[in-house]
Design a protein around this ligand. Sequence first.
Ligand code: ADP
Length: 479
Amino acid sequence: MKILSVASEVYPLVKTGGLADVTGALPLALTEHGVAVRTLMPAYPAVLQAVEKPKKLADLGKVFGEEARLLSVMHQGLDLLLLDAPAFFNRPGGPYLDQTGKDHPDNWKRFAALSKVGASIAAGLLPGWRPDLVHAHDWQSSMTSVYMRYIQAPEIPSLLTVHNIAFQGQFSAEHFSALELPPHAFMEAMEYYGTLSYLKAGLVTAHAISTVSPSYAEEILTPEFGMGLDGVIATRSDALYGITNGIDAAIWNPSNDPLIRSGYTATSLKKRLANRKALAEAFGIDDDEGPLFCVVSRLTWQKGMDILVEVVDELVARGGKLIVLGAGESGLEAALLGAAERHKGRVGVSIGYNEPLSHLMQAGSDAILIPSRFEPCGLTQLYGLRYGCIPIVARTGGLNDTVIDANEAALAAQTATGIQFWPVSAEGLRQALRRAFRLYHDGKSWTQMQKLGMKSDVSWGRSAARYAELFRSLISKGP
Ligand code: ADP
């Protein structure tokens, strides 16, 4: 089975969030299921620097008026097709934001170009290789199925995976005429309250839709979580699936992770202490017996970071320590830095993106706090489970599906792997922390949870099997 995945970020080449982890790991996990994935992504400068000797595969002439060609290269087991369109992708800044943190003004055109080329590949642009199905991810490639339906390749099935419905690719309707679509595509697919919505257009035109956990698949049907698209999704509920993400268990493996100070397994948890010591040095905090809580996150409202700020004082007053790694909204960054200033030696904050440090934090902290208001799947709780870093999570989306709450029944049955709380509020998180302190000081229950978490299957195995099954059923159903 041949799949074309179209993605705006792919780990380890470019990553701004969980999307990249999925698009980087899923193709590798799918090979075991007889699925061969080729991934189309933009040739950002960082990508061209990282890959070795890409081959020119096709000259695309002009795409939306700009020179473009397609390169191919294998990189760490990934079969990549790189859209090399320098006017769109060779520029400073990140994949979506410029150096000042503002959206690139032509994002509407850059990602329509990616999608349009994806549709051309689906239609047979590459001699000798045509996908059986196209898999798009989020708004940045959700226009692929739009071009497939209206321009070419309506016969090839497509799946759109929504990693986060909060990001919708909404643009001014005045760009429609430049998208090279037939006029009726505007009302049928693209129009959203007088604007263009790339995600909505993908939701309407893809053969099937999936999200990254079963709970989130249900949640986005409601006004509270649907972010204005719940009505659209409701019309597609017969084609809506929820498949929980896995993690790359080779990269995230505490027994041989080169990014941590001391490797360990579920039977040598004491070795985690060397990692805790390394963290104390890195963050300038005390290395004492109190539980060490960590946060690795975008610092945003979605992630409940304002709620975290509200509970820091109590966390410290109870003898805990907190380390935070992340970047995001400036007010939240400032509030967390302020907390670190107030609680020297007890709270440490590192603003920025730091992959190696994120590994060490999972390996040396006692618990990871994830107070998200909504969470399509979430990966950091899965890393936490695998690393014996107890996840303390809001009961929402994928957090709900992957962490088993340490209520009395679960503790007695020895199935608990973390702590869930609800409602998602400062009081909810405070209650959860109080439970965490109790369990931590009890010692036995804590270790039991660590061991169970480390045993739970968070790898891609099962999820990849479900994707393969879904691909198969969509292909056999036909257009
Ligand atoms: P989202 O995609 O909504 O940001 P996820 O939990 O699905 O949230 O994925 C976040 C990914 O990004 C995880 O792999 C996490 O470890 C990583 N991450 C987030 N912030 C940082 C950071 N500041 N430094 C390193 N890794 C980070």
